[in-house]
Structures are given as structure tokens and as C-alpha cells.
Design a protein around this ligand. Sequence first.
Ligand SMILES: *Cc1c(COP(=O)(O)O)cnc(C)c1O
Ligand code: SF4
Length: 457
Amino acid sequence: MAVQRAQADVFRPYGRKELAALLRRSSLTEQYRREAQAVAEVLPFRTNSYVVDHLIDWSAVPDDPMFRLTFPQPDMLPLDDRLRVAGLLDASASRALLGEAVRGIRSRLNPHPAGQLERNVPTAGRQGQSGEQGERGIPGIQHKYRETVLFFPRRGQTCHAYCTYCFRWAQFVGDTDLKFAGDVEPLVRYLREHTEVTDVLVTGGDPLVMSAGLLARCVEPLLDGGLEHVSTIRLGTKSLSYWPHRFLTDPDSEELLALFRRIVAAGRHLVVMAHYSHPRELSTDVALEAVRRVRETGATVRVQAPVIRGVNDEAGLWAELWSSAVRLGMVPYYMFVERDTGPQDYFAVPLVRAWEIFRDSAAQVSGLGRTARGPVMSADEGKVCVDGVLNLGDDEVFVLRYLQARRPSWVGRPFLARFDPRATWFSQLAPVSGVPDSSPWARLPGGLTPQGAGAGR
Ligand SMILES: *Cc1c(COP(=O)(O)O)cnc(C)c1O
Ligand code: SF4
């Protein structure tokens, strides 16, 4: 299909300055618009013409899931906070006064969730326990799991639109500076010495906001001699959803696809880790064509997203997402639990609810859709999957399992936690008393009850 480049295909980002005009597309109350504007002073807001014109159903706003996905909502902040900011805006308060109020509010939103600051910013120097000493002081690299290194290229630290739930929100408002991002030369030096690494995951932000030329400078050095152990290159991106034209009509779309083909031709497994939050993101012709073009290069596409209240907290939606993905030749991968940062009261789903959604979705799709795993929490020590809830005598317990761990020996071993219907994150869970084998608890930093101390592993 020859794709013509029309006006509508030119990337047009919208931010806080355009918010008032965008909100007039729908019959929202004056109060709603004023408070949403206040929220946009505190949390990042960025969307684009494609999301606004083709993904959001404006007749269903404010409940529309795609609207909730990218637009600031009043209830993302406590009432007091948003009224204070709205008041300052109404009074045309000075930037200094406004900035002071905004900083105070941000600091109460857990801007740097557990381990993120220390462990995702290698320059801060704190290390995991798996011998990844070499990462110390190398900006742009995180090496948490033995086989996989994350690479945050300096120029890929933004996105075509921002998700309201993004755990990198502090970075997008300029609160965390970008010193953790880096260049490819130190990465290559690191990888030459770390032959245990099989996967490099290029991530952000969204690395596909970079031009094809810049991306090539980040990725092609990984194809060099001496790095054959890096058999898989993954690109973490939401551009298939937020800006599918990236693969169709951007000035460098063909160059981008040619880069994908070169990676595949070099014998590497290229995986696009595609963030899709809702089946509607796979409903437009351009979205489908983008998937087809990426697959045609020989790349594999894997599909993942967090469960978010009011966006995708329904089993039917995940079943539809996974079966659409399979039909299009993509592979369902992770259903995440969103991290405990930002407006978490706004988006958080109880773990037990996330598990029910996962279970009921899996039940509705064929085995090929059940390659998805979850719900998964990316916690400090590893990726913890909620496998379910069991009756244990008179008690109910969560059955959990590490899918990934800083200590590889923890992977795949089930363990238990006390059932808590309100818990939304790992840190809120506690060991089960009287059960000797609740193993990883005993070794978690912060010294939770040494329940499993006898179950030495
Ligand atoms: C999820 C994740 C990875 C990749 O893990 P896989 O299970 O191989 O997809 C690597 N590093 C970090 C920090 C992660 O959170
Ligand atoms: S696409 Fe990913 S990095 Fe970008 S805002 Fe959404 S969750 Fe955050």
C-alpha cells in the first residue's frame, strides 16, 4: 500500500497550553476544566493530534478510557491540592508562587518509588546483589537481571504522548534530571566484558521518538563483532499505539524499517516490546498497517501494559486485546501492576482484582493468547507475579512467584502472603504466620518478619 503523506500525518504534539481548547471538544463543566488545568500544572501532559482525533471518543468523555489514558483528570490530585492550584491560576499568581505549591504537591506523590532512584540511576552507585559491579557509574545502563541490560539512550527520554499513570512522570516534569540517560559507547564497552548478557532492552521514555539515524547510532554498534552473545535486541515503545505513522509516513519511516531489517539480517532477534493499554489502540487502519509493516521486517512484536482503573480494568478488554494481538501475529507478554507512584489512588487496582481480570481474560482466549503473564509487580528485588488466592485452613493467602529476580535462584519458586483485599502493591503485603515456606520474605531488605528463615535456599 502506497501511503500518501497528508496534513493529518504530520506529528502535532499538544501540551498544557492547548489543554483548554482541547477540553472544549466535549461538554465538560467549567469546574472540571478548571481543575484539570490545575492538575496539568503538577503532572505531565502531552498528547497528539492522532490520539485526540482517532483514539478518544469525545462523546464518552470524561469516562472514555483513551481520554483517561492521556488527559489530566481532576481526581488525580486531592481536592485541597487542586483547588489551591486552580485558585493560584485564577489569581494569575506569579510563577514563583505557583512553582512552590506545585513542588510541594509533587513531593507527596512518591516521585521516586522504591529503588528507582538508587537502582535505575547507576551513577548513584548503589548495587544489587548479583555482582553487577561493572554498572557502577555508567549512565544510561541498568543491569538488574543477569541476562538483560536496559539502555536508556539520551535522546529517547520522551514519548509521543504521556500516559496519566506513567511511573516516569517525575522525569517528564523535569523533576528527575536526565543524567541517568546515556550514550552507546560505554554500553558497548560494558557488554564486551559481560558475556552473560543475551538481551539489550532499549527503553525510555520511548526510543522511537528518536530519528532513524539517531536510533541506528544507538543500535548498530550492538551488531559488531565481539557482541555475538547479545542475541536479542528489544525496543520498548508505545509508538505503535500513540503514533503509528512512525512506521508509515514519517519522513524517516522507511529508514526506520530498513534499520529493523538490518538488525534481523545481522542474525539478531529483534523484539518490539509494544505497550498497548486498550484494544481501541488496535482499531484504526493506520495502527493495523503499522503492525503489519513492523512484522514484515522480521521483528517480533510482544504486547504489554499495566492494569489501570477506568482504562482497562475489565476482563473482556484484555481478552479482546490479546486475541487481536494474536490475530495480528503479535505475542501477549506481561500484564503489569502499575508502580506505587504518582496519582496512585486514581489509577490503582487492588491486586486481587488485577488477578481476577487476568484469570477471567485468560479463560476467554486460546492458548496462543495465554502467553501473557501477570499480574506482575516490578518490585525492587524482582518481578513478582500474583498467581492467585488460595484457602489455607481458615485463612486466605496470595500465591506469589518471582518471574524475574536479582537472585536467579528465586525465579519460579512460589511463596505466600497474607490475603489483603485492599493491597495494591508488594510493599503492602506481609508473610503468612505459621507457614514455614514463605521463603523470599525472610531475605527481603527491610527485614520483614523472618517467617521463612528455616526454609533456607
Ligand atoms: C522487566 C525487566 C526486564 C526484562 O525482563 P524479562 O522478564 O526478560 O522481560 C529487565 N530489566 C528490568 C529492570 C525489568 O524491569
Ligand atoms: S509510553 Fe511508557 S514511558 Fe511514555 S508515558 Fe506512557 S508509560 Fe510512560
